[in-house]
Design a protein. Structure first.
Lengths: 114, 117
């Protein structure tokens, strides 16, 4: 059974600081996603990572994927208050590309303090 | 930018009642999904739907649940006899699907908050 674990589950940080959220998954996966969720809102796609060594950056967020270690990281650079949200990683199983069954991690709630 | 729309945004119902949650996926998308999120917990897959049939469903998606695409635009989730534990946020999602869209994510709607009393 595919399991996805994130850590930390809660992160409080000061503006301007850097930090990394980790996402481990238990079995081979085709794709790894990072989503952002603001309180009471929907899931906004941030990144789709497809291959080993993939790195994508958007603004202050950078995501990477190590398929051998079954690990993805979401790195936050010089955090600002607007980044406060819950961040989810999600994976689908290898060979199941078209079913869309994503397994989500528990989410990491990020709170950026001024 | 096209988006997935869901109605209603909030539904309150009594235990044992039937509810229908509605979704309009993005128009050129071929794959449709329902996920749910119990308050404060992670997002859970319910069902995927392609070519007018269920592609995959989870253990949560038991006989009380059904999905339908009654016309060319709507995609619905029906819960026949709601239970207290069905209270959750239900998200509809869609994707283009297929090899050409291997790197495209699922696009989620804003969700319907279902409260069963």
């Amino acid at each position: 059974e595919l399991k996805v674990e994130q850590n930390p589950l809660f992160l409080s940080m000061q503006e301007g600081k850097n930090y990394t959220i980790y996402c481990n998954y238990s079995t081979t996966s085709d794709r790894l996603y990072w989503y952002r969720q603001d309180p009471g809102k929907s899931l906004e796609s941030l990144f789709v990572l497809l291959s080993n060594g993939a790195v994508k950056q958007e603004g202050r967020l950078m995501a990477s994927l190590d398929t051998k270690a079954r690990l993805s990281t979401l790195h936050i650079t010089a955090a600002v208050h607007d980044l406060s949200a819950t961040y989810f990683c999600a994976v689908d199983r290898a060979g199941s590309s078209n079913t869309g069954k994503l397994i989500f991690g528990q989410g990491t709630t990020l709170q950026v303090k001024p | 930018e096209p988006e997935v729309t869901q109605t209603p945004s909030h539904q309150v119902t009594q235990m044992g009642q039937e509810v229908i949650l509605r979704c309009v996926p993005i128009s050129n998308h071929l794959y449709f999904y329902w996920y749910r999120q119990i308050l404060g917990q992670k997002v859970e897959f319910l069902v995927s739907f392609y070519n007018n049939e269920i592609s995959e469903k989870s253990e949560i998606f038991d006989d009380q649940f059904s999905v339908e695409r009654p016309d060319g635009s709507n995609f619905t989730l029906k819960i026949r006899s709601t239970k207290l534990e069905d209270s959750a946020m239900y998200f509809c999602a869609s994707s283009v699907g297929g090899r050409s869209s291997y790197n495209s994510p699922l696009h989620f709607g804003n969700g319907t908050r279902l409260t069963v009393t």
